[in-house]
Design a protein around this ligand. Structure first.
Ligand code: FPP
Length: 244
């Protein structure tokens, strides 16, 4: 397999998270509408998922749609929602065959009216792949990092009100267990394309000790070689987790 001879790294991240940025600019450079960039972005994503599976990454999280992205034009939101449906229609069987377990990070049922087909497709994908033991593919959708932390705090507060826990028993581990990524390794490497230096409300809890890799490459151009470079950069980092 391509991935096996490309990568002989001493250290592979267990969990990679990606902010797939720059689709709009990529399209603009070609004099095309932004939606053309998103379409190309999906193709880039397919390869990166494949390579993650091939090299043995445990979990891959991609930021597909934030809680703020609903503010974009109706046309762009519609196109992204269309791509999402098409993606699952085309890919679900193969992902399932490859033993990939799909998780959605974010509020599926809180998606606006008119996205019922998407919601149904997301639930179907989760259900179909829930017993798979290979790559965990987290798709962040209608997702916000602060919202995720608030949700975790609320869940714990409700448990406290019901008398199941006492406030002083709340620990990092109990918070972790309320995150969408409960049971998964912490994020080791976060990649952001298109050169922006922001976290954009992505995985605020999970990225506590993540290594950053920022590249100027626009997301549709982020290919296997670019991914290999990111993984190599990670392998060369000296992580201290607050120590010396
Ligand atoms: C950021 O680029 C990208 C997004 C907001 C959407 C990312 C989504 C995909 C790659 C495809 C959808 C995913 C699935 C799972 C089907 P931007 O539009 O902000 O680009 P810009 O900063 O250049 O304007």
């Amino acid at each position: 397999m391509a991935g096996q001879n490309v990568l002989k790294l001493e250290k592979l991240p267990g969990h990679v998270a990606i902010i797939m940025d720059g689709n709009g600019r990529w399209a603009k450079k070609r004099g095309m509408p932004r939606t053309f960039g998103h379409k190309a972005g999906v193709e880039a994503l397919r390869e990166i998922i494949k390579m993650s599976d091939e090299v043995g990454i445990r979990a891959l999280t991609v930021y597909a749609f934030s809680t703020e992205n609903w503010k974009r034009s109706t046309e762009e939101v519609g196109a992204l929602m269309g791509l999402l449906l098409e993606y699952f229609r085309r890919e679900l069987e193969e992902l399932n065959r490859k033993n990939v377990c799909i998780h959605i990070l974010g509020d599926i049922d809180g998606m606006p009216k008119g996205t019922e087909r998407q919601q149904e497709a997301l639930h179907r994908a989760i259900d179909k792949t829930k017993n798979n033991t290979g790559l965990i593919l987290n798709i962040a959708l209608n997702y916000g990092g602060q919202q995720e932390i608030v949700r975790a705090a609320r869940n714990l507060a409700e448990k406290a009100v019901r008398g199941e826990i006492r406030p002083e028993e709340i620990t990092r581990e109990l918070m972790q267990a309320e995150m969408y990524t409960a049971g998964e390794p912490e994020v080791d490497l976060i990649i952001r394309t298109s050169g922006e230096l922001r976290i954009s409300n992505f995985l605020l809890w999970q990225c506590a000790y993540a290594e950053f890799y920022i590249t100027d490459t626009l997301w549709p151009d982020f290919d296997r070689e670019q991914y290999r470079m990111a993984l190599e950069a990670y392998a060369g980092r000296n992580r201290r987790f607050g120590g010396v």
